[in-house]
Design a binder for this molecule. Structure first.
Ligand code: GLU
Ligand code: MG
Length: 460
């Protein structure tokens, strides 16, 4: 980022470009600790001022919950204080499915221009820089899964699930039924500069998935926000509603938001060694071992809602056991093998995460866990094949396979005690995340799974 004066000048040029394209409004988004994308919008002509001085927003949103209640941590909460939102104009994007609108993600600073200690996007950047200081470059990408329903009308309550397609899981029939809609999704993303890798119908009724090309960690987090809001906007234009919540119907397969990552040093992938089908360089082993070891605590970041734990069931491809495996879709950490001629194809997938996660916290916390693995020379246990959920309790114990936290309470307890995550996030951000988790546990403590799914379905 340049000086504020330089930012003002480049914003002046951006505003002129937007004006020429008939774009009058800019949505400035950030994601709170409950995973909700919050926004302030400004007229495009105000961008130069906004780039120089920011836009005000209360720090209380750091302790907002997914149901719009607020709590407090040791450092945050209450009506006092203000922050300034500064857009990252390198990410300024004209929105294809919202004519007249553009979008940019923001970083949050205090009124004196100091970085806000609970800014999740600055945290993600700090962690990427920490990796770079260790000579490591990370490339990351999220998969976006969503369930599409008809927008509720007439007497149908807001929670009615009315699927606009009836075709089977992964079935071409679904693509035929919704071909205009799906074409518009990929077109809108492509026009916005998002590199779509693939789109397909998923397992659950009305469920689809789009995946996008890997990018640096902060960009990957920005992009999943943009993808989600684009899918939402295209859905609305088709009279449809996109549901990204972890659990759409309690007990059924839910929506994941898997995080793919690959490690590189001086431009060389650490996921492959010459002459072998696949191999991991020692730093990649230690990094992934650090992620695997920290996963119980990372769940408080990647699976942050009580609804997340409705999705996390064995044998649902959600990766609920703390193990890794080569191309094993029931392992929490799946090693993905690239095509033989693709030097960058190898990567690892954290399968357990869902779209209630703040993606900036997710990328930052995974990097922190991986770097901790390198610092402590962590080692990977033996890889697992097959579905650990299909093994008996004794066989799982014999293989040393442990279930990841099955409740938000358990994940939050692990997060509270995690020294590497506390250090990386800093007291203020760690405390705010924990406060939000604790109050969400309490809000939903007496509700049935069906009530939790219905109450959270429309939130993200
Ligand atoms: N929908 C599954 C989940 O909850 C994932 C299916 C897949 O492997 O893509 O994560
Ligand atoms: Mg999927």
């Amino acid at each position: 980022m340049g000086t504020r004066a330089e930012e003002r000048e480049s914003a002046r040029q951006s505003a002129a470009r937007l004006d020429a394209e008939g774009v009058g409004n800019v949505a400035l988004t950030w994601v709170d600790n409950a995973g909700i994308t919050r926004v302030k919008t400004v007229p495009a002509r105000r961008l130069p001022d906004v780039a120089a001085r920011g836009v005000g927003m209360s720090p209380v949103f750091d302790v907002f919950t997914s149901d719009d209640a607020c709590t407090a941590s040791d450092h945050l909460g209450g009506p006092d204080g203000d922050l300034r939102l500064f857009p990252d104009l390198e990410r300024l994007t004209v929105l294809a499915a919202q004519p007249g609108w553009a979008w940019a993600p923001v970083d949050r600073y205090d009124q004196l221009g100091r970085p806000h200690p609970a800014c999740q996007r600055l945290f993600a950047r700090r962690m990427a820089e920490r990796a770079a200081a260790a000579g490591l470059e990370l490339r990351m990408g999220f998969e976006t899964e969503w369930v599409v329903t008809r927008a509720p009308q007439g007497t149908a309550g807001p929670d009615a699930l009315d699927y606009p397609c009836a075709g089977p899981a992964y079935g071409m029939a679904r693509v035929v039924e919704l071909s205009d809609y799906l074409r518009d999704v990929t077109e809108a993303l492509t026009v916005q500069g998002v590199d779509v890798l693939q789109l397909h119908p998923e397992y659950a009724p009305g469920q689809f998935e789009v995946s996008t090309a890997p990018a640096d960690p902060v960009r990957a987090a920005d992009e999943v926000v943009l993808v989600r809001e684009t899918v939402r906007a295209v859905s609305a234009r088709h009279g449809l509603r996109a549901v990204f919540a972890p659990s759409v119907v309690a007990g059924e397969v839910g929506n994941g938001c898997h995080l793919h990552l690959s490690l590189h040093r001086e431009g060389t992938s650490l996921h492959r060694a010459a002459g072998e089908e696949w191999a991991l360089a020692p730093d990649a082993v230690a990094f992934l071992a650090g992620v695997l070891e920290t996963l119980p605590a990372l769940l408080a970041i990647g699976c942050p809602s009580p609804a997340s734990y409705l999705r996390l069931q064995p044998s649902h491809w959600a990766g609920v056991y703390q193990c890794w495996g080569v191309e094993n879709r029931e392992a929490a950490l799946r090693l993905v093998i690239g095509a033989p001629d693709d030097p960058d194809g190898g990567n690892a997938e954290v399968k357990t995460f869902d779209a209630a996660a703040n993606p900036y916290l997710a990328v930052g916390a995974v990097i922190a866990a991986g770097l901790h693995g390198i610092d402590t020379a962590a080692v990977l246990p033996a890889p697992q094949t097959g579905d650990p959920g299909a093994l008996g309790v004794r066989e799982r114990a014999r293989r040393g396979i442990v279930r990841l936290p099955a409740t938000l309470t358990e994940a939050a307890d692990r997060f509270e005690k995690s020294a590497p995550l506390r250090e990386a996030l800093g007291e203020v951000l760690h405390g705010a995340v924990l406060a939000v988790r604790r109050v969400e546990e309490a809000h939903f403590a007496d509700r049935t799974p069906e009530e939790i799914a219905a109450a959270t379905r429309g939130r993200w």
